[in-house]
Ligand binder design. Structure first.
Ligand code: AHM
Ligand code: MG
Length: 331
């Protein structure tokens, strides 16, 4: 028989936390509902007048796409009505949204990038939603910013939905990584990828190579190693420009994804809370690694909710080779 996301979480909770109240699966059902709404809208992006810019710019100064706005509102709505949610932090909102809920019920902080890779919408290429879940700190007074500034290692769950040739929900609650494919006939995410493991080594590297002349020297040496066979393999490059899709391939096929610092952007482009933390948690749970060039992503103490970080994430062999280059060439 089929196993849905909700059944899977309920079963995991029963075996890991007997007597759990079910609040966590109720929380996740807010995410699955919102992402089903988003995927329905994306599937008709060419038909409805939803592609293209909405005219506003978000807090990062980027033009918001209409679907970005819709995705953000769907998540804020579907999660906001869950009484288990204390704080919602969205890449598209300048400030966290805090709810006045008792600490015993409002236990969770949910951080999300509602529509990652949205510049790819107009050209019918995969995009995604990324989420990261923390527990509200004990001190009930510490809501909003401070409560959301927890190290990635504190995440209780994380995952993403990729709106690709099929719609997939991939998550971890710290006991492995599981993938579910949306069955459009029944409208449910059904377990399709049990206990996902990233191969120890892959054959793809993924980076915006147009920026390579502005990467720090060790990154350029590392890319040279990937190309010249030093890692014992011939690599191909793949770069979609939708992080979720590029990461999803890396999770399934192995290899490495990099968004390095550049001369003009010393922290790269990606965000620690919305993108790097959740994907780093998934990568580690699947046997891979993630760093900012020198530190494990999950050990970084965030200082601001929108802060950016360089990201190098992937299979064990590629990540160990990267680490060796950084150690020998960084001073
Ligand atoms: P977005 O959140 O505005 O969509 O930007 C994030 C995206 C990632 O999905 C992707 O990895 C990256 O931007 C691509 O950036 P670039 O075009 O600089 O290579
Ligand atoms: Mg985004």
């Amino acid at each position: 028989m089929i196993v849905t996301v909700q059944q899977h979480i309920a079963h995991q909770q029963d075996s890991i936390y007997p007597g759990a109240s079910g609040t966590f699966s109720w929380l996740l059902s807010g995410i699955t509902l919102a992402t089903k709404m988003i995927q329905a809208r994306i599937r008709s992006a060419g038909l409805l007048d939803v592609a293209g810019a909405a005219g506003a710019t978000n807090v990062q100064g980027e033009v918001q796409q209409k679907l970005d706005v819709y995705a953000n509102e769907a998540l804020l709505h579907c999660l906001g009505v869950r009484d288990t949610v204390a704080i919602l932090v969205s890449e598209e909102n300048e400030e966290p949204v805090a709810f006045d809920r008792a600490p015993e019920t409002g236990k969770y902080i949910v951080i999300f990038d509602p529509l990652d890779g949205s510049s790819n919408i107009d050209v019918n290429v995969s995009v995604g939603t990324i989420f990261s879940i923390f527990l509200r700190p004990e001190k009930a007074s510490s809501v909003r910013h401070a409560a959301a500034l927890q190290k990635g290692a504190q995440q209780v769950a994380a995952g993403y939905v990729v709106y690709g040739s099929s719609t997939m929900f991939v998550y971890t609650a710290g006991r492995g990584v599981f993938g579910f494919t949306l069955d459009p006939n029944i409208g449910a995410f059904v377990l399709s990828h049990d206990k996902m493991r990233m191969p120890d080594q892959g054959q793809y590297y993924s980076v915006n190579e147009a920026n390579a002349p502005n990467f720090p020297a060790p990154y350029q040496s590392y890319l040279g190693q990937l190309r010249d066979g030093s890692l014992g393999r011939t690599y191909s490059s793949r770069y979609i420009g939708s992080l979720v899709a590029d990461f999803h391939r890396t999770l399934l096929k192995g290899g490495v994804f990099l968004y390095p610092p550049t001369k003009s952007h010393s922290s790269g482009k990606l965000r620690l809370l919305y993108e790097a933390n959740p994907l780093a948690f998934l990568a580690e749970q699947a046997g891979g690694l993630a760093t900012d060039g020198s530190r494990r992503i999950l050990d970084i103490q965030p200082e601001g909710i929108h802060q950016r970080t360089p990201l190098v994430i992937g299979s064990r062999v590629e990540m160990e080779a990267f680490d060796r280059v950084m150690r020998s060439e960084s001073h």
